[in-house]
Write a protein that binds this ligand. Structure first.
Ligand code: GLN
Length: 494
């Protein structure tokens, strides 16, 4: 059961071979046995999980059938949950209990999915390794002492270690795709505006987007479908019908031997040039040949601006938006308040200095600087222009190809601590994921091999706006013909 796909869990629940309560216990016991070593969870909500499972069992007993009814999962601790603390990985919100549920939380509750708790992340989702969490780093289940990626590292590690079959995440610059790659699972970030940001703690609002983690494209499809849909409380939510993802994947291909015949896969030359780890080059080369064997035709494309300008543009814009979004944490309305202060100014100052970690303070300082009078034109406006050039790169590329095939990260996971004192090295690791967010495009990461050290490597598929169905379908065809997504880490006994 632990290794079962969502479809298999669905069948077992519907056939009453297992109850939602039994499933919740099964995964909660696994968390008890293994999470001390992995530290994927910030909060395990045993009571809430068992209550939700009992409610799911009642619905099942009444004959109700729904895709996620009774399926265990967990939320990245950036989604507000009424009654269960929401920390965003920060001391600032260590004891914050939200008075309301995020839209995604409401949707998954209504769907009958059973939340087991809240998953670790980089503080306020700023980072690529889950090391900036106030609650301590998460370990990569494939190898203790290595990062799981970030910022949704707790989500990816939990799914890879099968502490949960599914997890939510968010992706501002790669935070779903990169940890999925580092942990050997599948992750999708949909088109900006597909998943409501209501109740999802804001980092860089013009890039933030909820996404889904699962072992396979099929599992991700089940979760993303349930998370998607218009929400009038998010002004950037798209008012279009939620995509029907599962049905598209279940359909048989017309040509079983060459299910991807006719697909043009764009290979961006700039993304395969210097700086790629040799194991990534090898794994991506194998994946490309596999795609060709399935009938896809690879065409060279150029993403010149995306490759060269995404990092500077993103880190200016994301920091600017972060400095504005995080101004709400003032120690007055909610969040950490310093014990010692003399006046209002020192209360703000002490509360924020104590409540935020070093990386968050760095982003706030950069953001305040680039938005300040005198520097706004030189940095913020300039970065907006770069953003437009990057979006144009993709528009031109999609005239020549249907989807883009690229690395997720230049390297496999690194050792905990290895880049902790070098923020620029950490930022450079995002080079292949950031541009997708700046252009608001959907992107998916799926496992495609291992490094010599035994760490997973992921391949990225990028599509035009609203191509989630196609992305998942193409990844699914790859997974029907390979078994990278079926590999599981061996966890040491508790
Ligand atoms: N690593 C990037 C950052 O630190 C992206 C993080 C994310 O997607 N939330 O901003």
């Amino acid at each position: 059961m632990i290794d079962a796909s969502v479809a298999e869990l669905r069948q077992a629940l519907d056939a009453r071979k297992v109850s939602a309560t039994e499933l919740a216990h099964l995964f909660l016991n696994r968390i008890d046995a293994h999470d001390a070593a992995i530290h994927a969870f910030i909060t395990v909500d045993r009571e809430g999980a068992l209550a939700a499972a009992a409610a799911a069992d009642e619905r099942l007993a009444r004959g109700e059938r729904a895709p996620l009814l009774g399926i265990p999962f967990a939320h990245k601790d950036i989604f507000c949950t009424e009654g269960v603390r929401t920390t965003c990985g920060s001391k600032m919100l260590e004891n914050f209990i939200s008075p309301y549920d995020a839209h995604v939380v409401t949707l998954l509750k209504e769907a009958g999915a059973v939340s087991l708790g809240k998953l670790n992340l980089d503080e306020f989702a700023m980072g690529s390794s889950t090391e900036t969490s106030y609650f301590g780093a998460t370990h990569n289940p494939w190898r203790a002492g290595y990062v799981p990626g970030g910022s949704s590292g707790g989500s990816a590690a939990a799914v890879a270690a099968r502490l949960v079959p599914l997890a939510t995440g968010t992706d501002t610059g790669g935070s779903v795709r990169q940890p999925a790659a580092f942990c050997g699972i599948t992750g999708i970030k949909p088109t900006y505006g597909t998943v409501s940001r209501y109740g999802m703690i804001a980092y860089a609002s013009s890039c933030d987007q909820g996404g889904a983690f699962g072992a396979s494209a099929q599992d991700c499809a089940a979760l993303l479908e349930a998370m998607s849909g218009f929400d009038e409380r998010d002004s950037t939510s798209l008012n279009r019908p939620a995509p029907q993802l599962r049905a598209a994947l279940d359909a048989a291909p017309q040509d079983a031997a060459r299910p991807l015949a006719g697909l043009r896969l764009g290979v961006p030359v700039e993304f395969f040039r210097d700086g790629l780890h040799p194991d990534v080059v090898r794994a991506l080369g194998d994946a490309r040949r596999q795609y060709e064997a399935l009938g896809a035709q690879c065409v060279e494309i150029s993403l010149e601006h995306a490759a060269r300008l995404a990092i500077p543009a993103y880190y200016v814009l994301a920091s600017a938006e972060a400095s504005s979004n995080l101004s709400r944490y003032d120690g007055v309305r909610y969040g950490h308040r310093a014990a010692d202060y003399d006046d209002l100014d020192s209360m703000y100052c002490n509360s924020r200095s104590e409540g935020f970690g070093a990386e968050v303070r760095r982003r706030i300082l950069i953001g305040a600087y680039v938005l300040s009078h005198g520097y706004y034109d030189a940095y913020y406006l300039q970065a907006q222009r770069l953003r437009r050039l990057i979006a144009q790169d993709f528009r031109a590329a999609f005239e020549r190809c249907d989807l883009i095939f690229a690395p997720v990260s230049p390297t496999p996971a690194w050792k905990i601590g290895e880049k902790a004192d070098d923020p620029v090295a950490m930022y450079l690791a995002d080079i292949h994921t950031l541009a997708v967010n700046l252009a608001g495009l959907p992107g998916l990461s799926h496992p495609c091999g291992f490094s010599e050290e035994g760490l997973p490597i992921g391949a990225q598929l990028i599509g035009p706006h609203f191509s989630e169905v196609r992305l998942l379908e193409v990844a699914h065809r790859f997974q029907q013909n390979t078994d990278w997504h079926c590999r599981r880490p061996v966890l040491s006994a508790a």
